[in-house]
Structures are given as C-alpha cells and as structure tokens.
Design a protein around this ligand. Structure first.
Ligand code: NAP
Length: 340
C-alpha cells in the first residue's frame, strides 16, 4: 500500500507528437499530489534532469530501440535525485540516485535500473554526462565499434557536446590524432585549447571537405558520427582504407519533416573496405560499472576534462531548454537543475 504525502509533483507529459521542432503545445504541464512509496519502493526528489537529443526520437510514434513515449505519459528522461522516503532496504533516505525518473519533480521507484551516485566523487551533473549515459556512449561507441589504434586519425562530429567531447578525449588517451567538428569558433577553441584535440573544424564557417583534407591528410580511420546529414556524406569522401564509421546519432535529421536523408556517398565504404555500424549504449549495460570506474580514474588524474552546461531554472524551463540542443547553445552535457 502506498501512502499519501503533502507534496505536489509538477510534470511535463507528452500532449502531441511534434512535427519538426517540439512546440509548447506538444507538452502538458501538470500538477498532482505525490503518492508515497509502497512496500519495496522509495520516493525520489529530483534535482537534475538530463536533456538528450534522443528525447526528440522518443516523442515519435513507431518502432525504435525502445518504445516511444505515449501521449499523456510523463516525458522520459534520465535524472538524479535524493531519496526522501524509503520502503526499500537497498535505498536509504539521503542516498543520491540516478535513474530514468522522467521530466518531473518527484518519482517513485522500485530500484530497478537505479544506481547510487556519490557527490563526493564527482559533481552530480557529471553522473548525467561523462560518468553517465553520454560517457558510456562515447566509451563503447569509440572503443568497441570504432576500435581505434594508436597513431590513427579519429574524426568526431558534435565534438563539443556531451558524447563528442568525451569521445575525442578517449581517442587521445588511446594515442590517436583527433579532429573535432563543431559549430562556431568558440567551441572549436575549446576543443583544441582545453580538451587536447589536434584540430577542430567549424562546420558553420569552413568548407569541411577542404578542412579534412588539411587535418586528416592520410584519410579518416575512425569517424564517430553524432550528426548525420551533409557532414557524414562529406567524411565518407575522406576515408582511409579499412575505416570504421560509428553511427551514434544523426541530430541534423531529428527534426526533419521530410524523411531522413541517407548518405549519397556510401559507395566509399566499398572502395575503402570500410564499415559503418550503428550502436545503442544500452546494449553495454553490463559493462557500465567497469567503464565508469575507468573514466572516473581519467577524471581524477586530469586526462579527461568534463563540461556540463547546467541551466539552473525551474521545471517550467524544460521545453525551451530542450530546444537549445538543436540550436547548439550547449557546450558539453546539457542538464536542467531544478533544485539544489
Ligand atoms: P550534444 O552533442 O551535447 O548536443 C547536441 C549538439 O548537436 C548541439 O550542441 C549542436 O552542436 C549539435 N547540433 C545540433 N543541430 C545540429 C545540426 N543540424 N548539424 C550538426 N550539429 C548539430 O548531445 P549528446 O547528448 O552528446 O548527443 C550527441 C549525439 O549522440 C546525438 O545524435 C544523440 O542522439 C547521440 N546519442 C546516441 C546514443 C546511442 O546510444 N547511440 C546515446 C547518446 C547520444 P554544434 O553547436 O556543434 O552544432
């Protein structure tokens, strides 16, 4: 039996399936009383919400790697919070936890797929970034699918974002030459001056093909693709023999009202005996603990630098903050902090 509480929960539910960029009318903002936990459950007060490009895909109907969010459901989101009431022996009041708690202020959980996080090891927002899902995506996408070797050239798009910034640094740790592609001079400066990338290409201001010729003169051995579209097509023209392309995401296509555009230059895979492989981070869940421990070590010894773009605002800021992923306003992992 669950018990009532005096608390009110504000939430964002999906009201309509968007066409193009999500509009305010695609959301329902609702207030409702918080139910206390039943036996085996605990109540989480959410402090940090993870805003991810994948959320746009979850708003669409149809088959994907996980079911869509249904109309009327609380929007799915990764989050961090604190346990404030518990009837589960594994989770105590005061524990900080990470899980898919949704775009809301409070969530009840039975503990499945929830992990405890330690604010003394890293800031809480980092558990949504480098030590969370984006970091795991970078780690397994690059190392398991990209399989870079020391001395090879790795190109990463979306390079100043949550996944891309970590991917490039892991490639550097593995002795590669790393070229990042990002939007704007400031992001490019961050990549080369602070995160140790060998070169950066501003796709908004430069001719990407010419810049790749300059920065990857022997061709691209690993391309970690976060954006798809024209940039993928351009990198396809600059592959080295045996190149591996990691299809991590295609953010340039997520708000298309036309069907996704496939790469015209795919015959380059044949010419260069190359491969292009999709990856979904959840497939590596049984290895997250070990990867996250290795990443925490790199963080501690300064080889991995992390960026979180923390927007401190109420839950009401969710729809607008989500859109900043698509305008490229974020540098590093976008997090909405809704309370201390
Ligand atoms: P992010 O890179 O932190 O944020 C999104 C960035 O995408 C923006 O800052 C913007 O940077 C760039 N962008 C937006 N519109 C673009 C466009 N039209 N063309 C080129 N770049 C554009 O997001 P993230 O969380 O790290 O995710 C990066 C990618 O990884 C996404 O495609 C996401 O879906 C994917 N992902 C996949 C998995 C998986 O399991 N396969 C898991 C996590 C994430 P600029 O200013 O540089 O344009």
């Amino acid at each position: 039996m669950s018990t009532g509480t005096e608390l009110t929960n504000h939430q964002f539910r999906l009201a309509a399936r968007p066409s193009g960029l999500p509009k305010p009318t695609d959301w329902e903002y609702r207030a409702q009383p918080v139910a206390g936990p039943a036996d085996g459950e605990f109540l989480v007060e959410i402090s940090h919400l993870s805003l991810d490009p994948a959320m746009r895909g979850w708003m669409n109907a149809g088959k994907s790697y996980i079911p869509p969010v249904e109309i009327g459901e609380v929007m799915r989101a990764g989050a961090i919070g604190r346990v404030i009431e518990s009837r589960n022996p594994r989770f105590a009041v005061g524990d900080h936890v990470s899980g898919t708690f949704g775009v809301q202020e409070y969530a009840v959980s039975d503990g499945r797929e929830v992990r405890k996080v330690d604010p003394d090891v890293a800031p809480l927002a980092t558990y949504l970034g480098a030590l969370g899902m984006p970091g795991m995506t970078a780690y397994f996408g690059l190392l398991d699918i990209g399989r870079p070797k020391a001395g090879q050239t790795v190109v990463v798009s979306g390079a100043a974002g949550a996944v891309g910034s970590v991917t490039g640094q892991i490639a550097k740790i593995h002795g590669c030459r790393v070229v990042g592609i990002a939007g704007g001079a400031e992001k490019c400066r961050l990549l080369t001056d602070e995160l140790g990338f060998d070169a950066a290409i501003d796709y908004k201001a430069e001719d990407v093909k010419a810049a790749l010729r300059e920065h990857a003169p022997d061709g691209v051995d690993v391309y970690f693709d976060n954006v798809g579209g024209d940039i993928l097509d351009t990198v396809l023209t600059r592959l080295a023999r045996g190149a591996r392309i990691v299809i991590c995401g295609a953010i340039s296509q997520y708000n298309n009202t036309e069907p996704v555009r496939g790469p015209a230059n795919y015959m380059s895979l044949l010419v260069h005996r190359a491969s292009m492989t999709g990856m979904v981070v959840f497939d590596y869940a049984d290895r997250f603990r070990a990867a996250s421990a290795e990443m925490a070590g790199w963080l501690a010894d300064g080889r991995l630098k992390v960026r979180e773009h923390v927007v401190e605002a109420g839950l009401e800021a969710f729809p607008d903050t989500l859109l900043s992923l698509f305008s490229g306003d974020n540098v590093g992992k976008l997090v909405l902090k809704i309370r201390d």
